[in-house]
Design a protein around this ligand. Structure first.
Ligand code: IVH
Length: 549
């Protein structure tokens, strides 16, 4: 228990604030936990109690002051000292290059532009890129290191004062971390995006459903809607996060580059995205954006592209503004994740466990940068839910990273030539017999030894994650089964040079390679072998658990 004499209280309060601020900093900026949440709560509780005892020791930015205030009548309008701009979009690498060509021209009056001119000195990178978060822009104004006011973007010139709401966000420091830096003197403005993490959004919607309340549409709208609540206790109840992207001082010379800005933001206790990065060549920027095109789905917040900026802020300023957007930065937007195309057929695909799956065959279409022609329709129920007919125009979506999905049928575009599809009939017409166990949606081949099931199963047996046999992909498996050389998995171990060389697909080198590849994988680990067998309900983890046991 803390000593209650005033001098001791002062000391203890100071120490508690320091350790709580440090916990917050490590947690939000470095993704590290210096103690459990329960322990941190216990320290916060002790601090609140001490402050209750000595109310004159309470400061506005003590970590105890993250509590909600009285609901507001309305938000106060406050002009921005520096306008909050938006960004022009580019949609592909060509447009990104054109942007940079314009930048170079403007900075260099059209003549051939030596790269060194765009740097402050030779060590500076030319570009700075960060992922474009889909949330709510927010400006935090610190005076002498203390949070003074927080504003929404508003119309860019005048924002709304949401300080009371912002104070409840644990990821926003009430006092800038560290001490005695230039940022702790005078006015320091931090800008960033308030986002709701996808995981928190899912949790929130689960709670809403549980309470019989309406669910929210998406994390962005929920974050924006929450921050615009006049009652800050509603904000405090939601887990929102602030990620910084801008650091402004009255003297622009205080922050020379965006690389410096991001480094200093982190030091001041503001979370920045770990994938923000500087580059010295536009080709590297393009590669990076391409690389993250698929990986960004794995981030816990919604994104809609990348921001690319001129790293040197003097040059960024010199480039100026057209309309509402700076010339020195652009937003690279990834291609749409939805597209429309015509569904020309539905075929039955037989999986490795014999399950029949209807697959939509479509006219090839580009979605999120790759061509899509097939999408699983899963089962008869899904076909009925979608109400899809052959010949329909459909909307397809890239769900997650790679798996395309038919999400909707545009029945308005039917012209009468569309044909109904019955999975039952397709199965009746199929070479294989299928049965459906009572209570199951899946139709399964009755004969698991049929060549079609064997092909799927063997390809799985040889695939990465299972036996990982080089050169035994779907095409070669098909050739081996069709040639009657393989009737069950074990037959692959009997294959000879003469067997393979006789097939069209094989030449001397590929024959030797495959025989060698099969031989070296003759002693797989038990778990990989079990997984490779393709037993229903035995995935990689279950196989591992079984083998370990
Ligand atoms: S830099 C001129 N970086 O995108 C504004 N903005 O369309 C330059 N945004 O309102 C801001 N993530 O709220 C920047 N990593 C990021 C961003 C980002 C999201 C938002 C920002 C701004 C809008 C511009």
């Amino acid at each position: 228990m803390a000593d209650t004499t005033r001098t001791n209280a002062i000391k203890r309060i100071k120490a508690l604030r320091k350790i709580i601020d440090n916990y917050r900093y490590e947690y939000h900026v470095n993704d590290k936990s210096t103690m459990s949440e329960a322990a941190a709560d216990s320290l916060k509780h002790e601090l609140a109690k001490l402050e209750q005892q000595f109310p004159d020791l309470i400061t506005a930015n003590s970590p105890s002051q993250r509590v909600a205030g009285r609901p507001l009548e309305k938000f106060r309008s406050v002009p921005h000292k520096f306008r909050m701009l938006s960004l022009n979009d580019v949609f592909n690498n060509k447009e990104l290059s054109s942007w940079y060509d314009r930048v170079r021209k403007l900075l260099n009056d059209g003549s051939d532009f030596p790269v060194a001119n765009i740097r402050t000195d030779d060590d500076d990178a030319i570009f700075f890129t960060d992922v474009k978060m889909d949330g709510l822009a927010c400006s935090l104004i610190y005076v002498d290191g203390e949070l003074n006011v927080a504003l929404t973007r508003g119309d860019g010139s005048v924002g709304e004062d949401i300080t009371q709401n912002v104070r409840t966000l644990d990821s926003i420091p009430l006092k800038l971390f560290g001490s005695n830096t230039k940022y702790h003197t005078g006015r320091t403005e931090v800008r960033g995006e308030i986002v709701m993490y996808k995981s928190d959004f899912i949790k929130l919607n689960k709670q809403q459903s549980f309470k019989g309340l309406e669910t929210f549409k998406n994390p962005r709208n929920t974050a924006a809607g929450t921050m615009r609540q006049l009652d800050s206790s509603l904000v405090a109840a939601r887990n929102l996060n602030f990620h910084g992207y801008e650091l402004l001082r009255d003297d622009p010379g205080d922050v020379a580059t965006y690389s410096d800005a991001y480094r200093d933001l982190a030091k001041l206790g503001i979370k920045t995205n770990h994938l923000a990065k500087d580059f010295s060549s536009l080709d590297d920027v393009k590669l990076y954006i391409e690389e993250w095109g698929s990986k960004r789905e794995g981030l816990d917040f919604m994104t809609d592209g990348f921001v690319v900026k001129v790293n040197n802020r003097k040059l960024y300023q010199r480039l100026g503004v057209v309309g509402k957007a700076p010339r020195g930065a652009v937003a690279f937007k990834y291609p749409a994740e939805e597209a429309t195309t015509k569904l020309v057929d539905i075929v039955i695909q037989v999986g490795r466990t014999g399950v029949a799956t209807p697959v939509a065959v479509m006219l090839p279409v580009d979605v999120s940068g790759s061509t899509v022609q097939h999408a699983s329709l899963h089962n008869q129920d899904e076909i009925e839910r979608l109400g899809v007919m052959i010949g329909d125009t459909v909307i397809i979506q890239k769900a997650g990273d790679i798996i395309p999905k038919v999400v909707r049928v545009l029945t308005e575009l039917r012209d009468g030539s569309e044909k109904a599809y019955s999975m039952k009939k397709a199965l009746d017409d199929h070479d294989l017999d299928f049965t459906r166990a009572t209570g199951e949606v899946a139709w399964r081949a009755s004969n698991l030894n049929s060549p079609q099931v064997l092909k799927r199963g063997l390809a799985h047996f040889a695939a990465k994650g299972a036996l990982d046999i080089d050169g035994l992909g779907a095409k070669n498996v098909e050739a081996l089964v069709d040639a009657d050389l393989v009737k069950d998995y074990a037959d692959i171990y009997k294959l000879t040079y003469d067997n393979l060389i006789a097939l069209d697909r094989f030449a001397e080198l590929s024959t030797n390679n495959l025989i060698e590849a099969i031989a070296i994988k003759k002693k797989p680990s038990l778990s990989k072998f079990l997984f490779g067998l393709g037993i229903r309900h035995v995935g990689a983890q279950t196989a591992l658990d079984l083998a370990n046991r």
